[in-house]
Design a protein around this ligand. Structure first.
Ligand SMILES: Nc1ncnc2c1ncn2[C@@H]1O[C@H](COP(=O)(O)OP(=O)(O)O)[C@@H](O)[C@H]1O
Ligand SMILES: [Mg+2]
Length: 261
């Protein structure tokens, strides 16, 4: 089993779009995938209409020692091979709880424990964790649980400074999870502009592992967020659906090897 967190400090860079469509593509290829929605904005949860159906990430983080089975947290998505641990509005409050005197009794190893239990069951192939755009407690919990991170960035001047901040967070998370790797930086919303070209060049010269696959700018993700269809369902023949297939190929190839930092 491989666990991948989709994380960046910036909102709107395509984290949720990537989590949903990479998870859906893996599932369509016969892999059993669990998507964990660790963002209090609940975008992935609402996309799959998965509220109130199962236990949530909030419950996992706030009920240390709760004796619920793994199955209690697994909601359905209406898609074969794809299950979801949903988010909930209250997840946005864990940042407040974290500053309470006793840390609000947050269990930052809860997602790791959950993933270990999934691995022991032996059925799940991939866990994809959609993170919020900050180093919130649920992001820490995700990075403590993950084998690797995919970092979506959009073409602009701030993407490189975002990566510098990321180094600090990753090093922090590695104190609890030394095996954490960067699967790759993923350039999203790529268009034909000079800015996109310059950003891509700067990324590839930066020393960060950058995925060969890039995701083009497209109106499909926005439309799909309304229709609640994945790109392969709504726009199978589009360029951006092909980009996500390429990402999936590369992601699966890099499955159990890779020399990334
Ligand atoms: N490749 C893309 N091209 C154009 N718009 C995109 C692309 N990927 C995502 N979007 C749109 O950008 C917005 C933010 O995407 P989202 O995946 O929610 O980002 P994040 O989770 O990082 O905040 C959404 O409106 C989404 O539909
Ligand atoms: Mg998101």
């Amino acid at each position: 089993m491989r666990t991948t967190a989709i994380f960046s400090y910036k909102g709107g860079v395509g984290k949720t779009t990537t989590a949903i469509n990479l998870a859906a593509e893996l599932a369509a290829r016969g892999q059993l995938v669990v998507l964990i929605d660790a963002d209090g904005q609940c975008n992935a949860t609402d996309f799959f209409e998965a509220r109130d159906e199962s236990g949530t990430v909030y419950e996992l983080l706030t009920c240390p020692g709760a004796d619920a089975s793994v199955a209690y947290y697994l909601g359905t998505t209406g898609r074969e091979n794809l299950l979801i641990v949903p988010s909930s509005d209250e997840l946005a409050t864990v940042e407040l709880r974290a500053v309470e005197q006793d840390g609000g009794r947050l269990n930052l190893t809860a997602l790791r424990g959950f993933c270990e239990a999934l691995a022991e069951d032996g059925e799940t192939d991939f866990v994809i964790i959609d993170c919020p755009p900050s180093f919130a407690p649920q992001t820490v919990a995700a990075l403590v649980a993950a084998d690797d991170v995919i970092v979506p960035v959009t073409p602009d001047n701030w993407s490189m400074s975002g990566l510098r901040d990321l180094t600090i967070s990753l090093n922090g998370a590695r104190r609890a999870n030394p095996r954490l790797r960067v699967a790759g930086v993923l350039l999203t919303k790529k268009d034909a502009s000079a800015v996109a070209r310059d950003t891509e060049r700067a990324l590839r010269e930066s020393g960060w592992p950058v995925l060969d696959a890039t995701i083009r700018a497209s109106s499909h993700p926005s439309r799909c967020s309304f229709s609640r269809q994945t790109l392969r369902e709504a726009a199978r023949r589009s360029g951006i659906a092909a980009d996500y297939r390429e990402l999936c190929d590369e992601y699966m190839e890099g499955c159990y090897h890779g020399e990334n930092q």
